[in-house]
Structures are given as structure tokens and as C-alpha cells.
Write a protein that binds this ligand. Structure first.
Ligand code: GLN
Length: 193
């Protein structure tokens, strides 16, 4: 079984780890390059992408993680994690960086300040039942490249996408009690027992 890591610098990493444990995985928290070297796949949680970008630099994780992702390490990024995995950040801070392994332009806080948080039942490609999705100061995708599969959208804006073995969600699938997206990620990447 592959070892799944959860980037644990900031944000909602504990809920991701709990959900992965419920599904039978034994997630490892990743805060250092040595810990990154010990995992085969990585969840990048929601939180604050500007802060995470800074912490990735100061922890020395940015470059080794960029290299692993470029080598094809499977990843699941949610909310801020989606922003970090995309190509272009719109409404970002000038110094914030991203890994560019999913060919998407992502706008931060895209649903507007007045709708800080909301829930939506998403129609997800390949799923029979809608997925109850929690959005918190969420981004959405403004441009998806030809290699990107759009799996779900809100008002025509992609919010769940996949490119190769990297899955990104604009919402927080680790909140609420629907494990299907974590299961999808684990089962695609040998992370289930
Ligand atoms: N607005 C946050 C950012 O830009 C993302 C919010 C979240 O992860 N819930 O990083």
C-alpha cells in the first residue's frame, strides 16, 4: 500500500488525515523534506494559500515538492491546495507561488466576499448521488487547459478537476461526512488497504 502524506504546514490538515484514516490509510503529516521523501502521494489542504506558499519556502519544502510533483507524484489539493497546484493564480499576492501541475487558472476568493461560505450539492462526473460540498472563501477555475478533466462546476465555473493523477477541488471534501472523493483519490493511487 502506498504511503499517503498530508501537507501539515497550515490549514485544515487534521480533518483530511482523519478522513483518510477512516478509509483505512495511515496518513503521515508532512512538514519537512525528509517527511516528504517518505510518502508516495500527498494531500494539500485548504487554508490560506499565501501563508502556505511562504511556509513552503521557509520549511525548504517548495523545491523538493515541485520536483516530486513534476515526477508525477499523485496529489489531491483542496481549496488553497487547488490554488497551489494550478498554473496561474488570479487575485493572488505578487510573491505567492504555485506548482503548475494542473493546467488551470484559479481565481482566489472567486465567489465574492458577500458569499464567504456556502454549501452546494454538486453533480460530479461518474457519481450517481450529488456530493455535498462546503465552500469557504473558495476559488474557482477561470481557464482549464485541454488536458484537464472538469468533474464538477458551480454556475459554469469548474470546481473539481483532474489532470493525470492530480485531483483538485475548490471546496472542502474533508468537512462533512462524504468520503467519496478521498476514496477516489486513494483507490486511484494504491492508498487503500
Ligand atoms: N481564500 C483562501 C486562499 O486564497 C482559500 C480558502 C480555503 O482554503 N478555504 O488561500
Amino acid at each position: 500500500m502506498h504511503k499517503v502524506g498530508v501537507l501539515a504546514l497550515q490549514g485544515a490538515f487534521a480533518a483530511h488525515a482523519a478522513r483518510l484514516r477512516e478509509l483505512g490509510a495511515e496518513p503521515a503529516e508532512v512538514r519537512t523534506p525528509a517527511q516528504l521523501a517518505g510518502v508516495d502521494a500527498l494531500v494539500l489542504p485548504g487554508g490560506e494559500s499565501t501563508t502556505m506558499s511562504m511556509l513552503l519556502e521557509s520549511s525548504g519544502l517548495f523545491d523538493p515538492l515541485a520536483e516530486r510533483l513534476a515526477d508525477g507524484m499523485p496529489a489531491f489539493g483542496t481549496c488553497a491546495g487547488m490554488i497551489l497546484l494550478g498554473t496561474t493564480i488570479l487575485d493572488g499576492r505578487a510573491d505567492q507561488r504555485s506548482f503548475g501541475v494542473v493546467d488551470i487558472d484559479v481565481r482566489r476568493n472567486a465567489f465574492g466576499r458577500q458569499v464567504d461560505s456556502f454549501e452546494a450539492d454538486l453533480d460530479v462526473a461518474g457519481e450517481r448521488e450529488p456530493f455535498p460540498a462546503v465552500f469557504i472563501r473558495a476559488p474557482f477555475v477561470e481557464r482549464a487547459g485541454p488536458d484537464v478533466e472538469v468533474l464538477a462546476s458551480v454556475d459554469g465555473h469548474p470546481v473539481l478537476c483532474r489532470q493525470g493523477s492530480v485531483l483538485v477541488a475548490a471546496f472542502h471534501p474533508e468537512l462533512g461526512d462524504d468520503p467519496r472523493l478521498h476514496h477516489l483519490f486513494l483507490s486511484a493511487n494504491g492508498g487503500t488497504p
